[in-house]
Design a protein around this ligand. Structure first.
Ligand code: HEM
Length: 147
């Protein structure tokens, strides 16, 4: 029971951190005018990374670790399949921001100045994930109640 509550709590904490962080990253990217703005972007990106790890680890554990309703329940749920489909969409929207921000981090570590011309596009890709994540919440709530 303790593990079940802990995983459910962490899954929802990931939701709070994740939506705030991806929105903050979008705002920070939209406001980038020079290298001095990069710490804000990378700080928000760190938060989104933490949320992603928490989301995936607790979600998979709850779905397939036998702590909730069991794998069969979820694999037969159209809501769960829909939620995972949206999760794949979020991952697809995240590829370009993830790859580019890793490149920026590497450049900064080498003392170089990364080219920032892609920042506005990465802002759009960050903001675009917010409604998809909110739709995932709808699917999750329906899934948990066996509709
Ligand atoms: C690999 C990714 C994920 C997996 C495998 C996963 C799996 C699960 C599972 C098994 C539950 C428990 C449902 C129940 O009580 O029977 C759950 C709950 C929930 N998930 Fe996820 N999840 C993932 C990612 C996400 C993401 C990205 C979000 C938000 C955008 C999210 C939002 C929620 C919410 C809000 C609940 C609580 C539903 C409720 O009890 O009303 N999950 N998830």
């Amino acid at each position: 029971m303790g593990l079940r509550i802990a995983l459910a709590t962490l899954h929802l904490v990931a939701l709070a951190i994740g939506i705030a962080a991806v929105y903050a990253r979008g705002r920070a990217l939209r406001r980038v005018t020079g290298q001095q703005d990069l710490p804000n972007v990378l700080h928000a990106d760190n938060g989104y990374g933490v949320a992603a790890v928490l989301w995936i680890a607790t979600g998979l554990w709850r779905a397939f670790g036998g702590v909730e309703k069991g794998s069969a329940y979820y694999l037969e749920s159209h809501w769960f399949i829909g939620k995972m489909g949206l999760f794949v969409l979020v991952l697809a929207l995240e590829i370009a921001p993830m790859v580019t921000l890793i490149r920026w981090r590497v450049a900064l570590q080498r003392g170089q100045r990364p080219p920032l011309d892609r920042a506005p596009r990465l802002a759009v890709l960050s903001f675009a994930q917010v409604p998809v994540l909110l739709l995932m919440v709808l699917m999750a709530v329906a899934m948990a109640r066996a509709w």
